[in-house]
Design a protein around this ligand. Structure first.
Ligand code: 8X3
Length: 271
């Protein structure tokens, strides 16, 4: 490993500026855990989320090293102008963590509401792309920076009711790799982390805040925690700068793959 490489996760030399980390979806789950993990290592945090009031306790917790910004990534013009909203001291972004994501449109595709499917696409695809496109030029100009996209195992493995959510995460996977292709030689690293089931508010949102269904799904299972994912992210970004982890797929030990299935019924052959 190169001894001369600067890694963002290293507690910074006091003579140097603390690295700045922009986390979307920072009000809960993996985004929140990531903000806390990097703050604990001395980074400055820009915590972005749709509901500003939900970021207040994080700001109270992290103090002056955390700047909260209201950002609904589905509002593309607000996503593309994100840096305009930042105070000067927070405008140079060393690490962008695209964690804002939703899985709306419960049940099979044919019974999902169009608005839910649209919001999933707008958040997971359009929003992530818009924020990345806005932040990338400053990283390229400096010849350094990290982009970490939160994908999902649902982007690689199909399952019933996965439809648009899984497809959007397949986009995140391929977009990340294609960024790598364009950014070769720029000094900017790109990683896609693809977690399996993680105990967050994710299932509650997906299941329309129905506590019984959420309990049924999560139960007492030993799932990933947002802190598990944040720790892996922190490790990956802390590697020397000549090392780029492209994709990290991680799962709870107790989660595995299911098998192909046959339909329980089939319509009569009308051919
Ligand atoms: C969601 C992962 O396993 O709950 O991103 O579908 S899983």
């Amino acid at each position: 490993m190169n001894g001369d490489s600067r890694s963002i996760a290293t507690v910074p030399d006091p003579s140097k500026k603390a690295p700045t980390v922009l986390v979307t979806g920072a009000s809960s789950g993996i985004g929140l855990a990531t903000a806390r993990r990097f703050a604990a290592a001395g980074s400055r945090i820009i915590a972005a989320a749709r509901r500003l009031e939900r970021l207040q306790s994080l700001v109270d917790e992290l103090g002056a090293n955390c700047h909260a910004v209201e950002l609904d990534v589905t509002d593309v013009s607000s996503a593309t102008s994100i840096t305009d909203k930042l105070p000067e001291a927070f405008r140079t972004i060393d690490l962008l963590v695209n964690s804002a994501g939703v899985a709306l449109g419960d049940g099979p595709i044919q019974s999902a509401q169009w608005g839910d499917l649209q919001r999933t696409i707008q958040t997971n695809i359009m929003g992530l792309t818009a924020v990345t496109h806005a932040i990338l030029p400053q990283m390229i100009a400096r010849g350094a920076g990290d982009i970490v996209n939160i994908g999902s195992i649902a982007g690689s493995y199909p399952y019933p009711t996965g439809h648009v959510y899984g497809a959007s995460k397949a986009f995140v996977h391929q977009f990340s790799l294609n960024l790598r292709a364009d950014l070769a030689g720029s000094g900017v690293r790109v990683l896609c982390i693809e977690p399996g089931t993680t105990r967050t508010e994710f299932a509650a949102v997906r299941m329309g805040q129905d506590p019984e269904r959420v309990q049924d799904f999560y139960g007492e299972r030993r799932l990933l925690t947002p802190e598990d994912v944040a720790e892996v992210l922190f490790f990956a970004v802390g590697l020397p700068r000549h090392v780029n982890l492209n994709v990290i797929e991680m799962m709870p030990t107790d989660q595995a793959f299911s098998f192909f299935r046959f339909a329980d019924q089939t319509p009569p052959d009308r051919s």
